[in-house]
Design a protein around this ligand. Structure first.
Ligand SMILES: C[S@@+](CC[C@H](N)C(=O)[O-])C[C@H]1O[C@@H](n2cnc3c(N)ncnc32)[C@H](O)[C@@H]1O
Length: 308
């Protein structure tokens, strides 16, 4: 979806952009190329390992690239910390990176053994195992249901709590085994623990609340005409994006802060899905900051609750 993301972000020379999920720097590199010779890019990521990779990859761009460690839910403060009030475009490609999924020591993989961690920022907050140990069975089931859309949430929660208490939840393979069995075993191409892993990861990283905070803060971080481009990989994320963009681009008395550029989500092309099957569920939505409307964003920023 790089071409689609670039087309909606419309980077140009002299512009200042923010990639709120810089990851390994793939999109960032294209933004820097498209805004040559003097466009600048602030690349935010909460994963220090991703920032190391991005910094290395984007070294040829010199001072045009500025890596910034933090969570995109705090975007106004992050931009403030580097003396940037507003930017000409914000891109967020939310979710996990393949580099994170592929490193078993990060704890996202149910195919290779690693610690039950799943924190995108290993320096912040509790691990997935700590979460399982802290929550009671009902709270855990609610998370599996809300964030994993898992129908067997209660049975899985019970099995996970038991295994954790017995000390047998030793690594991600054990987690996949216990969750998969309680989910009823394999019935299709997908690992039966997929939904459990997704739910725990979303909870550990507070992903939906972060996304909502970013959406609410984005209008005041954008210059008039500035673009907001969002790439989501599952329906939970896309639902929040769709709802907030609609709200922020609808007049409720005053001029709305955003103008919707995508009445319908943009999907990857068949060619892209053929070469990269992981892209098949990606969806892109975009909006532009209006001339007058940033004030409204302050009044709608009551924040949503994403606790299950
Ligand atoms: C799908 S990857 C982005 C890949 C990137 N577009 C590229 O071209 O390499 C998502 C990235 O967002 C980061 N991330 C997820 N939630 C975040 C948050 N709340 N704040 C900052 N970064 C976050 C992850 O650490 C990960 O590196």
């Amino acid at each position: 979806m790089t071409a689609e993301a670039l087309a909606h972000l419309a980077p140009r020379p002299g512009g200042v952009y923010c990639d709120a999920t810089v990851g390994c720097g793939g999109h960032a590199e294209q933004i820097l190329l498209a805004s040559a010779p003097d466009g600048r890019l602030i690349g935010v990521d909460c994963d220090p390992e991703a920032l190391v990779i991005a910094r290395e990859r984007l070294r040829p761009f010199g001072r045009r690239f500025l890596p910034l460690h933090g969570r995109f839910g705090d975007l106004p403060a992050l931009l403030d910390s580097v003396g940037v009030g507003q930017v000409d475009g914000i891109l967020a490609d939310v979710g996990v990176c393949s580099a994170q999924l592929e490193r078993p020591e990060r704890g996202f993989s149910f195919q290779r053994a690693g610690p039950i961690d799943m924190r995108m920022d290993p320096g912040q907050g509790e691990t997935a195992l700590e979460l399982i140990l802290r929550l009671d069975e009902k709270e855990l089931a609610d998370i599996l249901h809300a964030y994993g859309q898992e129908r067997r949430a209660r049975a899985i929660a019970r099995a996970l709590r038991r295994a954790a208490a017995a000390g047998t939840l030793t690594d991600t393979l054990a987690l996949a085994e216990v969750a998969g069995r309680a989910a009823g075993g394999r019935r299709g191409p997908r690992d039966p623990a997929t939904r459990t892993f997704q739910a725990l990861r979303i909870a550990v990283n507070d992903e939906l609340r972060q996304l909502d905070q970013l959406l609410l803060a984005a209008p005041r971080c954008l210059r008039p005409g500035g673009r907001l481009v969002l790439l989501a990989f599952h329906s939970l994320e896309d639902r929040i994006i769709k709802r907030r963009l609609r709200e922020l681009s609808t007049s409720s008395g005053g001029p709305p802060p955003l103008r919707l550029l995508t009445p319908r989500p943009v999907w990857p092309s068949a060619e892209e899905v053929a070469t990269n099957p992981r892209a098949r569920s990606a969806r892109l939505r975009a909006a532009a900051r209006t001339e007058q409307g940033a004030e409204l964003a302050f009044h709608t920023s009551g924040g949503g609750s994403h606790a299950p």
